[in-house]
Ligand binder design. Structure first.
Ligand code: P5A
Length: 429
């Protein structure tokens, strides 16, 4: 993408209302723009990151055996009256009347909706286990939307729903999601600690929140320092051990009853990027979601639901990956891999060299944002540092003579001069 033809409305100053660094940087880097309280436009750069995160989540869900569907944003109230949650959900639910005065709502979550799909099509235990997920916008009329996309009113969630014949099967489904979550977050450059949690309005008797540590986190968290030594990228994670290690959010933590000795207890602030629930027959019972079991009897299915805050993750990743100059994206979620800077677009050889390198990088399948604008070098470098692409490649008159370009790694700031061939080998290797 040529920056001269792109839409990247960067801001010099962060708007005063942005309280935390990720919100400030997302506004300054032209990733989002507020439309109403807690409701955002996703501009091109932000949208690319959102799609990258979505794709990692999708791949890990698919790998864990879940199947993607798409449920609508608008739901009929009837389903929620049936489950008993319509009144209980309270003012966070955006309630709508259609032209026939039928009660509708903008979905804050989809347990009822998916249970309705299930009960219409699944009749036998032989069709189990089943896990259906979608990645869809939600609306919750949060009393205090804040921190940009971290606590929005409209936000993108991945929500998966598992159906099993019995509690043992439901536990296996829960554990499969548990592992998929740790893998997905790790791929995004995050270490998320699973913590015992309250199940709140979703309900149920087992629940874990996945919290990443960040000073700007909304909740105070407590955890066994043993978590600091765990390799979440290991191929065989020991879930039983992870579940047995102590980690809890403020509302669950009781200093007097904490099983972890004081010298092993760590405390910090956390951002909740995922939340999983096992709630048994809470929805299948009132909504009549049953299957015929092996003995011919009708059984209410055991369910769980599993959420990831896809749009919140954009902010959470920035909280974990930035410095005083701007964002520093992990390669897996970066909007582009390389920022190519032509130092002298007014110099025909320089421009021809940069153009040719741009084409070569694209041909090699590398995502490049090419700053071909007629701007001062300082402005170009500051923009690149702000938007945080993992690699910056600079083409200048000196290098053109010597047959080299400069490669700077955004994260470390390390620079080196190398030939175009060596650069391509490095970026594709
Ligand atoms: C699980 C999937 C649920 O809704 N039902 C379907 C269950 N869980 S949850 O914890 O309420 O939400 C799941 C994740 O969504 C993100 N999230 C938000 N992100 C941005 N703004 C919000 N207002 C918001 N509310 C929830 C969180 O990451 C949460 O873990």
């Amino acid at each position: 993408m040529r920056l001269s033809r792109y839409f990247l409305p960067v801001l010099k100053e962060a708007p005063a209302e942005a309280e935390i660094v990720s919100h400030r940087l997302m506004l300054r880097a032209g990733m989002i723009q507020q439309l109403a309280a807690g409701i955002y436009n996703w501009l091109p750069l932000g949208f690319r990151v959102l799609k990258k995160i979505e794709q990692i989540v999708r791949e890990e869900m698919d790998r864990a055996g879940a199947i993607e569907i798409l449920m609508p944003t608008i739901q009929p109230a009837d389903l929620w009256i049936e489950s008993g949650r319509y009144d209980a959900y309270g003012p966070e639910m955006l309630r709508i009347l259609d032209r026939h005065e039928r009660k509708m709502l903008y979905g804050p979550t989809n347990e009822e909706n998916v249970t309705d799909i299930f009960r219409k099509h699944v009749k036998s235990y032989r069709q189990l286990p089943l896990n259906l997920y979608h990645i869809q916008w939600k609306f919750r009329d949060e009393i205090r939307p804040r921190f940009g996309v971290m606590r929005g009113r409209e936000f993108l969630m991945k929500d998966a729903y598992s159906f099993d014949l019995d509690a043992e099967g439901a536990r296996r489904s829960y554990d499969a999601m548990f592992v998929a979550y740790l893998r997905a977050f790790k791929r995004m450059g995050l270490t998320a600690i699973p913590m015992r949690a309250e199940s709140g309005p979703i309900g149920g008797n087992q629940s874990h929140e996945f919290q990443i540590l960040a000073q700007t986190g909304e909740s105070r968290v407590f955890y066994d320092r043993a978590f600091e030594e765990i390799d979440f990228a290991a191929p065989d994670l020991d879930i039983e051990r992870l579940k047995s290690l102590y980690a809890a959010t403020d509302d669950m933590h009781d200093a007097d009853r904490c099983p972890v000795p004081a010298e092993r207890l760590r405390s910090g602030r956390g951002i909740e990027v995922g939340h999983i629930f096992y709630f048994g027959t809470k929805y299948s019972k009132p909504m009549g979601a049953t299957v015929t079991g092996p003995d011919g009897h009708e059984v209410e299915v055991e369910m769980g639901s599993y959420g990831i805050g896809v749009s919140r993750l954009v902010g959470a990743i920035i909280e974990a990956h930035h410095d005083e100059h701007g964002i520093s994206w992990p390669r897996s979620v970066a909007p582009f891999t390389v920022g190519l800077v032509d130092l002298r677009p007014d110099d025909p050889t320089c421009q021809a060299t940069a153009d040719a390198l741009y084409e070569r990088l694209l041909a090699a399948g590398i995502e490049v944002l090419y700053d071909d604008r007629d701007e001062r070098a300082g402005v170009k470098f500051a923009t690149m540092d702000l938007i945080g692409l993992p690699f910056q490649v600079t083409v200048g008159p000196r290098g053109v003579k010597a047959g080299t370009v400069e490669l700077k790694e955004r994260r470390t700031g390390v620079r080196e001069e190398l030939s175009a061939e060596a650069l391509l080998a490095r970026l594709t290797g």
